[in-house]
Design a protein around this ligand. Structure first.
Ligand code: G4P
Ligand code: NA
Ligand code: NA
Length: 190
């Protein structure tokens, strides 16, 4: 997605060989015009599928997921992150380990909002090691729902999550795929 690449080139800050800061339009301040385009692009990429629900994880997945939901007219559910869970009866839960932050979060979705009848697209802002995606897939599987694919705003293709999940048969649509962040420079895959 050309518009997104330009935005990353213009406003993204390479913090290290592995971390890209995009807080001016995605992770802190949100650019709603860009986010609208992102929602429409995801809708186009998945236009061959019937989608009944968009699933994401708080917090930064919510904006792109919501614009997809708006475009296709489907509800958006975000998994919540919790430190501890005592009552899990009416929740699907999974644990997500972040190698970046070296912490494990329990994520949860109410059983009210996901069922075996659902055809789900999973949306997230970043794909790095794929741990968030794995946790969300786990939740969809617990619900007995069908995953039609995952839409990612920025994939870091030099990390292994994308390959790992594609190898397991998951369809992943990335709007920008980064090949390298070496030497303070963003390089994209074609
Ligand atoms: P993984 O799910 O692919 O394994 O990713 P990882 O554990 O490495 O990511 C942990 C958090 O860091 C996630 O956000 C993820 O979106 C974010 N992240 C990963 N790589 C980058 C990067 O290069 N730049 C930025 N800006 N974020 C990155 P989170 O903790 O869930 O936070 P949020 O959704 O509340 O923003
Ligand atoms: Na994030
Ligand atoms: Na995220």
């Amino acid at each position: 997605m050309e518009l997104l690449r330009e935005k990353i080139e213009k406003e993204g800050q390479v913090l290290s060989d592995t971390v890209l800061k995009v807080d001016s339009f995605l992770n802190h301040q949100i650019d709603p015009m860009l986010m609208k385009e992102i929602g429409e692009e995801f809708a186009n990429r998945f236009s061959d599928q019937v989608i009944t629900k968009v699933l994401t994880i708080e917090s930064s997945g919510i904006a792109p997921a919501t614009f997809l939901g708006l475009t296709i007219g489907a509800p958006v559910v975000f998994a919540r992150k919790r430190k501890s869970l005592t009552l899990t009866d009416n929740l699907y839960t999974s644990s997500v380990h972040s190698f970046t932050k070296n912490e494990t979060n329990e994520i949860s979705v109410s059983k009210k909002f996901l069922s075996a009848d659902d055809n789900v697209v999973i949306i997230d802002d970043f794909l790095a090691n794929g741990e968030a995606l794995k946790g969300l897939m786990d939740i969809v599987n617990q619900a007995g729902a069908t995953v039609v694919g995952a839409g990612i705003v920025i994939e870091k293709g030099f990390q292994l999550g994308g390959q790992l999940m594609r190898d397991q048969g998951l369809r992943i649509e990335s709007l920008a795929n980064i090949k390298s962040l070496a030497n303070g420079k963003v390089e994209f895959f074609d």
